[in-house]
Design a binder for this molecule. Structure first.
Ligand SMILES: [Zn+2]
Length: 165
């Protein structure tokens, strides 16, 4: 039943507070480890089996991983023990790529491979196992591996956890 009150006025609810996922700081601040402990020895170099590769680009605010290149490519190995949660094509520039879940909120990602995969989604992998052949698919201008370490969804500097140069 509706009630009509002549001259009546319903107060407006207060405006919701804006929600931001970002810091109010206007300047960029590098992502910090979101509380994930990475035990030492968790990772090995993903190019342990690729002598002669070249470190071409490091981690930066605009670049969430490290780039390691070798003309002609080579096999990329799993940086640690875990489970493959993605082995396929990525539509956001990844090209053919692999994502490994190492447990505890720790992932590694390997981008721009050829279509030669050593693993499939769902496989368990051991550190050092060949997972993907380096290529230049997706957003890529020269054959290289783009390698990321992701902690609870945050891309961090891989060089804080594994020696690649
Ligand atoms: Zn890169």
């Amino acid at each position: 039943m509706e009630l009509f009150i002549p001259g009546g006025e319903i107060p407006l609810p207060p405006a919701p507070k804006p929600v931001s996922r970002y810091s109010s700081s206007p300047s960029y601040s590098a992502p910090v480890n979101p509380g994930v402990v990475v035990p030492s020895g968790t990772f090995i170099n993903p190019l342990s089996n690729c002598p002669g590769y070249v470190y071409i680009r490091g981690y930066a605010p605009w670049h969430g991983g490290v780039d390691l290149a070798k003309p002609g490519g080579c096999w990329i190995n799993a940086a640690g023990n875990g489970r493959v949660i993605r082995a396929g094509w990525g539509y956001a520039g990844e090209g053919f790529h692999v994502v490994i879940d190492h447990g505890g909120g720790i992932w590694t990602r390997y981008y721009h491979g050829t279509r030669q995969f050593g693993v499939s989604t769902g496989d368990s992998v051991s550190a050092g196992q060949s997972i993907l052949y380096m290529g230049c698919t997706g957003y890529c201008t020269g054959t290289h591996l783009h390698f990321e370490v992701v902690l609870n969804g945050v891309r961090v500097n891989p060089e804080a956890y594994v020696r690649v140069r």
